[in-house]
Structure formats: C-alpha cells, structure tokens
Design a protein around this ligand. Structure first.
Ligand code: TYD
Length: 206
C-alpha cells in the first residue's frame, strides 16, 4: 500500500509519518518511510538546490520537484511496492498541484500533465492530509528556507487547494484535523489506513 502525507508546512507531517511507521512495523509490516523533496541521494542534491540555491522561477521549481519525484518513484517507491512493502512518503504529487498550482497560481492543467509524466501512473492508495489554519501553520515554523513563505494569503490558498483536490478525489483523500494533539491525529490516520486496507483487500478478494 502506498500512502502519502500532505499538508501545509508545520502541520505535523513528519511526526505522523514516524508514528504510522512505528505502528505498521509493530504489526510486522515491512514499511519504507521517505519524503519529498530529498528521498534519494540524487533527491537530496535537488532538495539542496530548491531550498538553499539561487532564486528561480516557479516552473523551474516545478521541474526540479518533478525530477526529484520521478527519480524517487523509479528507484525507491515502485521497487518497494513491487517487493510487497508498504511505502509512506512525506509529501508527493499533491504538494506540487497545491503549492505551485493554488499557491503560486500556475496552470493546474499544465501542472497535472507534468505531474502525470513524473509519477507515470503511480497514484497513492491513500493520501492523509493534515489540515491546519494558515496562522497556525506560520506560527509553528521554526526554521525557514528559501521556499518558506510568511505570506498568510499564500497559505490560505494552499490550504484551500488541498480541500479542492480532496473534493476531486474523495476516494483517495482523508482530511485530518491538525490542531488536535499528535496522538489524536495518529489515531484518526490509523483508522483511515485500516479502512483503506479493508477496502483494497475487498477489491482484491471480492
Ligand atoms: P520541507 O522542509 O520538506 O517542508 P515540510 O517539512 O513542511 O515538508 O520543504 C519543502 C517545501 O517545499 C515546503 O514549503 C513545501 C514545498 N514543496 C512545494 O512547493 N512543491 C512540492 O512539490 C513539494 C514536494 C514541496
């Protein structure tokens, strides 16, 4: 099963990814935890350019995010899934659609086309999106890099973008309340994972 975790910066994604990884491992499930950008050695270099490199225009950023993603898919995600492992990625394709599409206002149809090329059909089985009001997202950010934004309206567009994308693909998205304590967020995420797992196994063994 391929799970992605999404949400605005500061929403608590990495805590949730760790928590889910521990629970799955405790059930004897072989799970790989990763993130974008930077899930592979090449991706780490791309991440460095994106976060600390020179200024660039928004489409250049898209191609770098997508180069990182394509390499991630082909060298890590697909091989792990083919080997029967579970895979959890902290950010994936929805981050590009939402940050670059709704946040930076690039054409969503063009972004979808580029993203499709990057993932080559590998859509997640489940996307857990941690929802957090924009003010809280900003106040939780301790470190800021080149991509870090202070602009409240940017985060409001990003938050709205996640909601819109979730409405478009409700069978894949699960919205989680990010202003709840971390163990409650983990609990609702765990429930969503169990539900999705049951639905997938019903499809496989009707
Ligand atoms: P990171 O430090 O990984 O942030 P976080 O811990 O919140 O995930 O930096 C990633 C930044 O890049 C974050 O601001 C979101 C942004 N981003 C995009 O704009 N588009 C993308 O496709 C991805 C994967 C990330």
């Amino acid at each position: 099963m391929f799970i992605t975790v999404e949400g605005v910066d500061g929403a608590g994604k990495s805590t949730l990814v760790r928590g889910l990884g521990e629970r799955l491992a405790a059930e004897g499930i072989d799970v790989v935890l990763s993130r974008e950008p930077g899930g592979t050695p090449l991706g780490q270099q791309v991440r460095q350019i994106l976060l600390d490199g020179e200024d660039m225009d928004a489409w250049t950023e898209v191609f770098l995010f997508c180069a990182d993603r394509h390499h991630h898919v082909e060298t890590l995600i697909r091989p792990a899934l083919n080997a029967g492992k579970w895979f959890i990625s902290d950010r994936y394709v929805d981050s590009t659609l939402v940050y670059q599409g709704y946040g930076q206002r690039l054409s969503l149809s063009r972004l979808r086309a580029v993203c499709e090329l990057a993932i080559d059909g590998l859509w997640p089985d489940l996307t857990l999106c941690i929802d957090l009001p924009a003010e809280q997202a900003i106040s939780r950010q301790l470190e800021r890099n080149r991509l870090g934004q202070l602009d409240l309206s940017f985060y409001e567009r990003v938050r709205e973008g996640f909601h819109r994308e979730a409405e478009l693909t409700p069978q894949r998205f699960e919205m989680l309340k990010g202003d709840a304590p971390a163990d409650e967020v983990l609990e609702s995420a765990w429930q969503a994972v169990q539900d999705r797992r049951a639905r997938l196994s019903a499809l496989e063994h009707p």
